[in-house]
Design a protein around this ligand. Sequence first.
Ligand SMILES: [Zn+2]
Ligand SMILES: [Zn+2]
Length: 267
Amino acid sequence: MLIDSHCHLDFEDFEAERDAVVARARAAGVARMITISTRMERFSAISALAEAYDDVFCTVGVHPEYADEGAQATVAGLVELARHPKCVGIGETGLDYHYDRVPRAIAEVVFRTHIAAARQTGLPLVIHARDADADMAAILRDEMGKGPFKALLHCFTSSRMLAEAALSLGLSISFSGILTFKKSDELRDIARAVPMDRLLVETDAPFLAPVPHRGKRNEPAFVAETARALAEVKGVSPEKLAAETSANALRLFDKMPAPKQSGAEAA
Ligand SMILES: [Zn+2]
Ligand SMILES: [Zn+2]
């Protein structure tokens, strides 16, 4: 069993064949997919997908790239939408200094708003962090000091410093297809040092397809490739890695029910 802890099934890329994409994920052993919110306005479309497919769950939040446009996230607004029975997390939210399109002060306020909603709901925060290691670590430390919240650094590509800071604060870390890329030796070294009980896997589909699908549109079924690469990094069997990361995902996103063990799941 595998869990794709981060995908974007609402994106247009999947419009023409969403049923087939979900079917291929199931055939690959993906028992749960979490389709991640990027804008408040998209929540109705995202929650509709979670309603349409038993094994699809969702989150609510505003991606840092859109932090200064569209409907603004408020703590009350996030908390209200998060009451949806299939909404299992808050985000994705965070800091993205790679594109640096949104004024940093605004991005920080929006990020802290999401943290407050995660604290209030008890749902895990899905964090997007890119080229913002020092500020991310500082905000996480500051906010954790105000009161605990659960969180996941998704699609990890940051430094060892941020990984260590996040782990010391109790966060989990999720790896995407980037882990399979030839040049990702440093990332694999960081992954090797993450305790097994803090590791998750994801696709971030439609982006970042893992080898051997690199360059193509990504989809949840391909999370198996990332899990295989992570198993190799950790020196465990793909089956053990799949079982451990799935258990971790279910423990973190604990509003999401565990799938029934039917024995029908692909190995
Ligand atoms: Zn992201
Ligand atoms: Zn994403």
